[in-house]
Structures are given as C-alpha cells and as structure tokens.
Design a protein around this ligand. Structure first.
Ligand code: ADP
Ligand code: ASP
Ligand code: MG
Length: 417
C-alpha cells in the first residue's frame, strides 16, 4: 500500500465544518488502502492572532517564547482533526513536533528542520493501521528541549519533511487554490493553472513572493526527491476517485517537463524597502564600507544599483532590503556615516518587486528587455533591476504592482484563452 502525506492549510481547516471536510478527504485515502500521515496548519487567522498577542505583550520579545505561543495553533487543529477522524471510524492519533520528534536548529521563529523520525509512524501504519495527524509548523531543538517554529507558512515544510522521513509516494498539499498558477490568481484573473512546474522554478517563485508554497519545502523536496502535488481541499471529497488522476500541479524535476515555456510564472512581493545612499565618494572600498556593516547587522540586501558618477568623484548607491529590516538597515548606515562619508540617506517602503521566472530563459536572450519596454509603455518607472539565470526582477512603486503583473502576464503569453 502506498504511503501518503496530506497537508491542509489554514483556510482548509478554518472551522469544524471545514475540518469535517478534511476528515472526509483523509478517510477517502485510508479507505482506498493508503497509509496516511496528515499535516495540519492552524485554523485560518489563528497564527496572526497569536503573533499579534506576542507583539502586544512586548514589541521586543524573546523568540523562544514567541515560538511557545505561535506553535499552539497547530496543536489545536491536530487534536480536533484526530477527534473528527475517530468519530468517522478512522483510527487516528495526533502528534506534536516534539513527539515524533521533528528536530530543528535553534533559529527560533525561522528554524530549519534537521531530521524527522518517522519510525513510530511507520510501526503504527503496519501494526495498527493508524493514521497520524501531525501539527505542522513546529519542531523541537534537541539540545535546549525547546519548541521551535519554522517561519510563516512553514507547515508545507513540515509536510515535505515528514514525506521524506516515511518514504511517502506523494506529498499532497491541499489549499484554497487547485494548483500553482502562472501568477497569484487573486491579482491576475487570467492566470492559468500549471500541470507541472520544475523545483527550481517553484523555488524562485516562492522566494520571490508566491506564498502558495513555503520556500524550504521546495528545497527539501528537491533534495529528497519528494513528489509534491498542490491541489484544492475545496473539491468535494466524494467526487474524487483516489485511484484516478486529479486536478493539481506537480512540482517535479525539470526533466519531467516536456513542453518548456520560456516564461513559467510571475511573482511579486510588497515586503520590500529601498534605501539610497546619496553622494558617496566614488572610490575603492566604498561598497564594502556600506555592505559590511549591513551584513554584520544581519540585514539581507537584495538588489543593488550603483550609478555612474557624473563628476567622477561621487555616486549614488541604491539597494533593497526586506521591509522588516528597513529600520535596522537605516540605523546601521547612519552609524557608519563617518566611515562611508555620504551626503544624504533616502528611503522608501512603498515599493514592490515583480519577478519573471522561467527555466527557458537560460537559452533565450532578450526576455527581460521586452518587459522593460512593456512597463515603459504603461508609464511604470523601474527603480532597480536584477537578473540571474532563470529569473529577473524589477523594483517599482507598490501602487503599480497589479498593473505590472498583469502587463507582464499578457506580454509573455501566460493569459488563459
Ligand atoms: P494555505 O493556508 O493552504 O497554506 P496559502 O494562503 O499559504 O494557503 O497559499 C495559497 C494562496 O497562495 C492562494 O490563495 C493564492 O492567492 C496565493 N498564491 C500566490 N501566488 C500563487 C500562485 N502562483 N499560484 C497559486 N496560488 C498563489
Ligand atoms: N500557521 C502557520 C502560519 O500561518 C504555518 C502555516 O500555516 O503553514 O504561518
Ligand atoms: Mg501556506
């Protein structure tokens, strides 16, 4: 019998009625003879509430206690789903991260999974036909014995890690859309569902803002070769034949994709901030003087643009950081003013990064140039650009995000007909 991991996100377990719906999806697979490990998120809105309470209690709080608080949402859902399954006659038991255990490092709030022990789950599949219901998003740091969480959206990563640990044939990510789309369907109604997307492309999409999958879940899937399907929990459980094909997106090896398009998808992120350091001396060592202190302050710098100096003596240097790092970055640069020797510091948080992704870009030139022209025609100003092998990104005013996404979506022929 095949082993399956079924992961359900927040909207899919939003209330008891939705949890009953999830239980029917699980029962369908169990009745078909599969051994199932379910991974659940907190009920919709719960994690946001828990995070808000931590901030309310103290804006600067201990990350270990943040984890103790925010990990609780998943515990509730796991218990409720196990109760519901038992009520339907499915032998089920809930598990928290520490009980398996799911070991992580001690980066509280954004911990990395180190290993998952699936032995007890497998024993119970074999000896008791017992379904496991695992709280997503959480693990334990072995040395300190403290609960950790994997970062927002981290239940996807829990699911893929469990799938790797139990050697699952498939890891099904059930969510509120029926797959991965060419871009966020909420922004571009003409977005199309992809039947398949390569790990590398999904990794870029997720890191560049498509929150349909947690970035680390894709990294893990790639390393352990887990077959990840993104599909909808809103399809009626009774309408699905567990032995037939279903609607969804397979995230897989590039080699499995026969018809490769040049551009696969478009992602965007509004969690960006721009900092411009004005009139810095144009001499060797100045970039080091700026980015050294930022690195020491753990600020992640993304796009960097250095202007050519008009007079040969000073120049402007612009870079982007995650919006959450904005204040820290400004303070760091202000402190280093003496060493850098600049004139003025400008900043903006009303910016967005729009990115175009596709493995086909490796072998096609001029893909980005088309975008610059199309955006110019829409009178959308580009503040910064970065490119790499399979993607490029532009920084624009946040107010133009949706328009830019739709323009590029049409430009690269991604609109559904
Ligand atoms: P869950 O709670 O199930 O984990 P998420 O809210 O984390 O669900 O992710 C699903 C959402 O991701 C969708 O509702 C959709 O708006 C958004 N999304 C962003 N980009 C994409 C994309 N390219 N394809 C599909 N969904 C996307
Ligand atoms: N509940 C967590 C969050 O909202 C983890 C998840 O849903 O994946 O971020
Ligand atoms: Mg999610």
């Amino acid at each position: 019998m095949a082993r399956l991991v079924m992961k359900f996100g927040g909207t899919s377990v939003a209330d008891i009625e939705r949890i009953r719906n999830v239980a029917r999806h699980v029962k369908r697979e169990v009745d078909a003879g599969h051994d199932v490990a379910v991974v659940v998120s907190a009920m919709a809105g719960v994690t946001n509430q828990l995070v808000a309470w931590c901030r309310d209690a103290a804006p600067l709080h201990d990350a270990r206690e943040y984890d103790a608080v925010v990990a609780s949402g998943e515990q509730v859902t796991a218990g409720l789903l196990a109760i519901t399954l038992e009520g339907m006659g499915v032998n089920a038991r809930s598990w928290q991260g520490w009980q398996l255990p799911i070991h992580t490092d001690n980066a509280h709030g954004a911990a990395r999974v180190l290993d998952v022990n699936g032995a007890e789950l497998i024993r119970r599949f074999k000896e008791m036909k017992q379904t496991a219901v695992i709280a997503g998003f959480q693990g334990i740091h072995k040395e300190t014995n403290r609960i950790t969480t994997l970062g927002r959206g981290g239940s996807d990563t829990s699911a893929v890690a469990v799938a790797a640990a139990i050697g699952a044939e498939r890891c099904d990510i059930y969510t509120d859309v029926d797959g991965v789309y060419t871009t966020d369907p909420r922004v571009a109604p003409k977005a199309r569902r992809l039947d398949k997307i390569a790990f590398e492309e999904m990794l870029e999409m997720a890191s560049l803002g498509a929150k349909v999958m947690h970035v680390r879940s894709i990294e893990l899937g790639m390393v352990h070769n887990v077959r990840i399907f993104v599909r909808s929990s809103f399809e009626k459980p009774e309408d699905i034949n567990p032995r037939a094909n279903f609607t969804g997106t397979l995230i897989c090896d590039e080699a499995e994709i026969v018809e490769q398009q040049v551009v696969t998808g478009i992602a965007f992120s509004k969690d960006e901030a721009q900092i411009s350091v004005r009139s810095v001396p144009d001499r060797p060592g100045v970039a080091a003087a700026i980015f050294g202190p930022l690195a020491e302050s753990n600020v992640n710098v993304d796009m960097i643009v250095q202007n050519v100096s008009p007079d040969g003596s000073t120049t402007d240097l612009t870079f982007t950081v995650p919006a959450t790092d904005y204040e820290r970055a400004r303070i760091t640069i202000e402190k280093a003013k003496g060493a850098i020797g600049y004139d003025r510091l400008d900043g903006a948080t009303d910016v967005a990064k729009v990115s175009v992704i596709g493995i086909g870009m490796r072998s096609h030139a001029g893909v980005a140039a088309q975008a610059f022209k199309a955006l110019a025609e829409q009178k959308i100003n580009i503040r910064a650009i970065t490119t790499s092998e399979i993607k490029f990104s532009v920084l624009i005013d946040a107010a133009h995000t949706d328009q830019a996404v739709r323009t590029l979506h049409t430009l690269y022929g991604l609109d559904k007909s």
